[in-house]
Write a protein that binds this ligand. Structure first.
Ligand SMILES: [Ca+2]
Length: 364
């Protein structure tokens, strides 16, 4: 385990991953069911229940059609905070349109009592416009809470589709945005652009590139990270109506080395990131550890997977700023997701044709 910028004198617990389940094809997200079961998406368009002993269930029936090409497919899944009573889940995916077009969509369903199928599937939101692209779907879902209680709405991150970056600044497009919608598909009346001419009312914040990790912080605020191009991956805390700058400013450059915008990394009126990774780590998955399971040093840390450099990033924060980062699990592969389970332990998914669900074992 390589430690970067470790705090001097503080013992660093050694952790290893223990495989829970293998043979998952490009797993993208893991959610937690009662009695130690897991719900895992596979990008080609399958949702599976994983038993506590790692046995994979048959694909859950009843998913809508998924455009599984390139980075697209069945992507995020979360359970409703009241799942024990309502058996409701939310998931997002690349939704096919006319011809080769597609866009990110968010749906709700009830998992049947026998966990074999989805019932009452309802598409809550479809990103507009649909375009022909297999890239940058974004697609992380977060259930919002206010004063510690679910407020009946969901955040959804939406990518810039790679070829449509300029639309990230346009209010009449969902491309390159974070949106907030009701669990019933309604538009919350207090969304920032409701009632504004030529603005889509679902929009929460603008100027995002491709966000594959999002969560609520222990502070109740909404946190996300997003991929830059070459450099300039970011952590942001998007607030209502604010502009996070893509593609006007970035700490990175284009893949051909040319400037993004006029080459500036900051401009008045554009929100700077809390943190940026240059060179890019290609972040995916994001979770705060709120449990005591790994000792006091880790409690409150932020965990992010790196696809590119294949590690789990443990991030120490102090006064709302990143003060240290540590590379964990460097022998596992591309990390697609990280979440804290109901048992207080961290779980990760590896992105591969034979991907794994693994538990981060506490030290000792
Ligand atoms: Ca930005």
């Amino acid at each position: 385990m390589v430690l970067s910028a470790a705090l001097p004198g503080l013992a660093q617990p050694t952790v290893q991953a223990k495989t829970v389940a293998s043979g998952l094809q490009h797993p993208w997200a893991v959610a937690f069911l009662p009695e130690g079961r897991f719900l895992v998406t596979e990008r080609p368009g399958r949702l599976r229940v994983v038993e506590p002993d790692g046995k994979l269930g048959a694909p859950v029936e009843g998913l809508p059609e998924v455009a599984a090409r390139g980075q697209g497919g069945l992507l995020d899944v979360i359970t409703d905070s009241d799942f024990a009573r309502n058996r409701t889940i939310y998931f997002c995916y690349s939704e096919p349109g006319k011809g080769t077009t597609n866009s990110t969509a968010l749906a709700r369903a009830r998992l049947s009592a026998d966990r074999q199928k989805l019932e009452d599937v309802k598409v809550l939101f479809s990103q507009r416009p649909k375009i022909s692209s297999t890239l940058h779907f974004g697609c992380r879902i977060v259930e919002r809470r206010m004063d510690g209680k679910p407020d009946g709405t969901l955040f959804l991150t939406l990518g810039d589709r790679f070829s449509q970056r300029d639309q990230a600044q346009k209010l009449d497009s969902h491309i390159g945005k974070i949106v907030r919608v009701g669990k019933d598909g309604s538009v919350p009346k207090d969304n920032p652009f409701v009632g504004q001419a030529n603005a889509l009312p679902e929009i929460w914040s603008i100027g995002h590139r491709n966000s594959q990790g999002a969560t609520l912080g222990p502070d109740g605020r909404f946190w996300q990270h997003e991929h830059g191009a070459q450099g300039g991956d970011e952590i942001n805390l998007p607030e209502a109506g604010k502009n996070y700058g893509w593609p006007l400013v970035s700490f990175g450059v284009n893949y051909d080395g040319s400037k993004i915008g006029d080459g500036a990394s900051a401009r008045a009126g554009l929100e700077p990131p809390l943190h940026h990774w240059t060179p890019s780590i290609a972040p995916s998955g994001m979770a705060f550890l709120t449990s005591d399971r790994y000792g006091v040093a880790w409690k409150g840390n932020l965990f992010v997977g790196s696809l590119k450099f294949q590690y789990l990033n443990r991030i120490e924060l102090k006064d709302g700023k990143v003060v240290a980062e540590h590379k964990l699990l460097q022998d596992l592969g591309r990390l697609r997701d990280v979440r804290q389970g109901p048992d207080g332990l961290l779980y990760v998914l590896t992105d591969s044709p034979m991907g794994k669900l693994a538990r981060v074992q506490p030290p000792g």
